[in-house]
Design a protein around this ligand. Structure first.
Ligand code: HEM
Length: 202
């Protein structure tokens, strides 16, 4: 007896459920911004919006990176079918976090943007990470996967340095309480460590 869901169940039940769950944080943020639901945005609403999108970007990166180890753990390949959607959600949250900085924080002012990047190197790290994620989002389709063949897998390994840069970016900007940032770094270390361990065993 197999407990793995079939293709149709994944397509029509699991994927839509994951989609709704993944879009939920963004929906809740929109409701908060509009003052319809949830806590107020506090004394610094721009920072609240930016931090919220950044943390969800990081969470979705880590969730996407958990899919392969989860498939290894249950010895079933079906979770892999959720990876692309989760990866694209990660990219969406990261891009919105960047856009919030660009539009709300910097008001698209080029000189302010340049001086912020120079003054705060953690922003350079975030920018580098986002640049690494762009080719992954662009080539995430089945068409690109076919066209690139084995190179697709190599290209998508860019998610590892991107995730490291993101954790570093997070850790570097924390002023006082580093516990949360260190916890996210630890989760990433485990997810990367599991891959190294698996590689050595093969
Ligand atoms: C590539 C994906 C990125 C992710 C996942 C990410 C994630 C994060 C996280 C988790 C935080 C800390 C939130 C908190 O303190 O609760 C943060 C802060 C911040 N990020 Fe990013 N970041 C990314 C890229 C960028 C980029 C490209 C920029 C700008 C060019 C940027 C600008 C900032 C700024 C300004 C803050 C500090 C906001 C504040 O003052 O609290 N990030 N980011």
């Amino acid at each position: 007896m197999t407990l793995a869901p079939g293709k149709q169940q994944i397509r029509f039940i699991i994927k839509p459920m994951v989609f709704v769950l993944a879009i939920l944080p963004l929906t809740l943020l929109c409701l908060r911004v509009l003052g319809i639901y949830g806590a107020t945005l506090g004394p610094n609403p721009i920072e609240t919006v930016q931090d919220y999108l950044g943390i969800w970007g990081l969470r979705f990166i880590l969730i996407s990176l958990s899919i392969t180890p989860a498939a290894w753990l249950i010895k079933k390949p079906w979770p892999i079918r959720l990876r692309r959607m989760l990866g694209l959600f990660a990219f969406t949250y990261c891009s919105l976090h960047f856009l919030a900085w660009l539009v709300l924080d910097q008001s698209l002012d080029i000189s302010a943007i340049i001086s912020d990047v120079i003054k705060r190197p953690f922003i350079t790290l975030g920018t580098l990470a986002l640049l690494l994620l762009i080719p992954l989002a662009v080539t995430s389709t089945k068409g690109w996967q076919k066209r690139l063949g084995a190179r697709w897998t190599n290209l998508h390994r860019l998610v590892y340095p991107a995730a490291v840069l993101i954790c570093w970016h997070y850790y570097w900007q924390v002023k006082l309480d580093t516990i949360d940032a260190l916890l996210y770094c630890a989760v990433l270390a485990v997810l990367l460590g599991v891959r190294l361990w698996k590689r050595k065993r093969l």
